[in-house]
Write a protein of this length. Structure first.
Length: 241
């Protein structure tokens, strides 16, 4: 028998076996009370293309509509979840509690939460608290020193009024000017440029670990010179007088 006849015979056998299996399944479904499989029914229905409406009211494919429409929906009914169905804490539900533009800080004002600060173990102090020390309204202002941890050039270009400069590479000479205050246990508010600058943190650690300053007397002005100079606040320039 030729190869072609073998193929025809094999196809006939498979067709006969499939037909017999189909009749058997139908008989079993009918005996169990289930609906029979209808041979003339189209079980694989091609889905209808999604449509929506554009702004002119014209029916267009979903990709051209103003929203992603589902079958059976109009173009205005998109798949986006309703606001009242979003979980609590979502962006949509919290929109009403977001600050209004009027309550935002001025565009050029640097706030206490600006930037990313390196981690440290010291007590942080804010711009408002530093301002209270400078103007003397802080109750401990008389026993508090401001320490600028930057190098000579940036310090003389501008620093917080009354601040002593103490740079890590010249720490011995710089600390000599405030030795009496350190011995008396003054609080030290240490700052540098702010933001990601770590000079003030490193100086605080040197003062604690190598110079015996109590950690409780070291306050870190995290936002530093960047925040102070951004506002309308007093500034001293040149060497400390």
């Amino acid at each position: 028998m030729t190869w072609g006849r073998w193929m025809i015979l094999e196809a006939a056998i498979l067709l006969a076996a499939g037909t017999a299996a189909g009749f058997t399944v139908n008989a079993l479904r009918e005996s169990s009370g289930k609906a029979k499989i209808e041979l003339d029914r189209q079980y694989f229905i091609r889905p209808k293309p999604r449509t929506g409406t554009n702004d002119a009211g014209k029916v267009v494919p979903a990709k051209e509509s103003s929203g992603t429409a589902n079958p059976g929906r109009t173009g205005s009914e998109t798949d986006a979840p309703r606001i009242d169905s979003l979980p609590s804490g979502s962006a949509a539900n919290s929109a009403s509690s977001s600050p209004t533009p009027a309550s935002q800080p001025p565009p050029h004002e640097v706030t206490e939460t600006d930037g990313v600060h390196p981690e440290h173990e010291f007590t942080a102090i804010t711009t408002a608290q530093v301002a209270a020390i400078v103007d003397g309204t802080d109750p401990d202002a008389a026993t508090t020193l401001l320490i600028d941890a930057r190098d000579v050039a940036p310090y003389e270009e501008g620093h917080i009024p009354g601040a002593y400069r103490c740079y890590f590479s010249t720490i011995d000479a710089d600390l000599a000017a405030i030795a009496d205050y350190l011995e008396a246990g003054y609080r030290l508010v240490v700052y540098c440029n702010g933001g990601e600058c770590e000079d003030s943190i490193n100086l605080c650690r040197m003062l604690r670990d190598e110079r015996g300053v109590l950690e409780e007397n070291l306050l870190l002005y995290e936002d530093g010179w960047k925040a102070w100079s951004a506002g309308d606040r007093p500034v001293d320039k040149g060497p400390r007088s």
